[in-house]
Write a protein that binds this ligand. Structure first.
Ligand code: F6P
Length: 327
């Protein structure tokens, strides 16, 4: 498909992530620099269906690079999963002459973009915006660095009080299907155990390691668990441990959505700016229906239809690091 684009739309979809605004700013300004018209689509694919679309100028994105969330708002749009919804969305784009799209979101959003671009002649470029970092083909996703640093800051504080009281703390972090926040924040805070959806949690092993530590009088322990862990998250874990080790003082802290908010880190602002710039370059060069990733500090363009099939893997090496360093 070789065609020239002249009017592009940008939207955010799925869970928000810090740095989405920096990406919007980069796309809008790069597009305008290259003579394109830019439209902001509100609330993700829902705004496309409902024709909630606004013209954007360079000043529309002033003073947003440092702000968390997304000025375009975001949503998970069920109607877009239906053929009829996508037809409505297409008609609205066509009516305005929008002939290219940039979608900032996670793998679910890429799936929507991939289906849409296979049905209609509107090229789509994805930008990986998710705190979960669960997209294969890129070393970074917009928002992960900020989210994981928010988690680290919170867990450091929890360790202070855990240490004063000789307590076991279970900290539940975000990650319905992905363990990257748990893994990174757990390693960075010296957690004794890290439980993630990508690995089956063997509770007997967790208990054994706690009992062994108890024998050594190591009473301060932090377990970082991803919300999507197969054992069932922080609450379930605490109940189970209390049943088997009733004398242990256990507390649970669920970090929740604070991990999704806040001013983006320098890294997130920079990768969002680079990716946003390259998304527009892709549309100008006719490199369509890809997502823009960064690997080994170079831009990578991965076809959307490949991206939706691949899953990030967490190698055994990571788990070994956790085991060895937490003794
Ligand atoms: O943004 C990804 C994510 O943070 C997941 O880790 C989490 O399970 C999910 O979003 C929760 O999102 P929401 O509360 O918006 O449904």
């Amino acid at each position: 498909m070789e065609k020239k684009v002249s009017k592009i739309g940008i939207l955010c979809s799925g869970g928000d992530s810090p740095g989405m605004n920096a990406a919007i700013r980069a796309v809008v300004r790069t597009a305008i620099y290259n003579g394109l018209e830019v439209y902001g689509i509100m609330r993700g694919f829902c705004g496309m269906i409902e024709d909630d679309i606004i013209r954007m100028e360079s000043r529309s994105v002033a003073n947003i690079i440092q702000r968390g969330g997304t000025i375009l708002k975001t949503a998970r749009c069920k109607e877009f999963m239906e053929k009829e919804g996508r037809k409505k969305a297409y008609d609205n784009l066509k009516k305005r002459g929008i002939d290219g799209l940039v979608i900032v979101g996670g793998d679910g959003s890429f799936k929507g973009a991939q289906i849409f671009s296979s049905e209609y002649d509107i090229p789509c470029i994805g930008l990986p915006g998710t705190i979960d970092k669960d997209i294969a083909g890129t070393d970074f996703t917009i928002g992960f660095d900020t989210a994981v640093n928010t988690a680290v800051e919170a867990i450091d504080k929890i360790r202070d009080t855990a240490d004063s009281h000789d307590r076991l703390f279970i900290i539940e972090v975000m990650g319905r299907d992905a363990g990257y926040i748990a893994l990174h924040s757990g390693i960075a805070t010296g957690a004794e155990n890290i439980l993630i959806p990508e690995r089956k949690t063997v509770m007997d092993d967790v208990i054994k390691s706690l009992q062994e530590k108890e024998k050594r009088k190591k009473l301060v322990n932090l377990i970082v668990v991803a919300e999507g862990d197969d054992f069932g998250g922080g609450g379930e874990l605490a109940k189970h441990i209390k049943k088997i080790m009733p004398l242990l003082e256990v507390r649970v802290c669920i970090l929740g959505h604070i991990q999704r908010g806040g001013s983006p880190s320098c890294l997130d602002r920079v990768i969002a700016s680079r990716m946003g710039y390259h998304a527009v370059e892709c549309l100008l060069e006719g490199r369509f229906n890809v997502f823009v990733g960064i690997m080994n500090n170079r831009m990578h363009y991965i076809p959307l239809n490949e991206a939706v099939k691949k899953k990030q893997r967490i190698s055994e090496e990571w788990m070994n690091i956790v085991k060895i360093l937490s003794t």
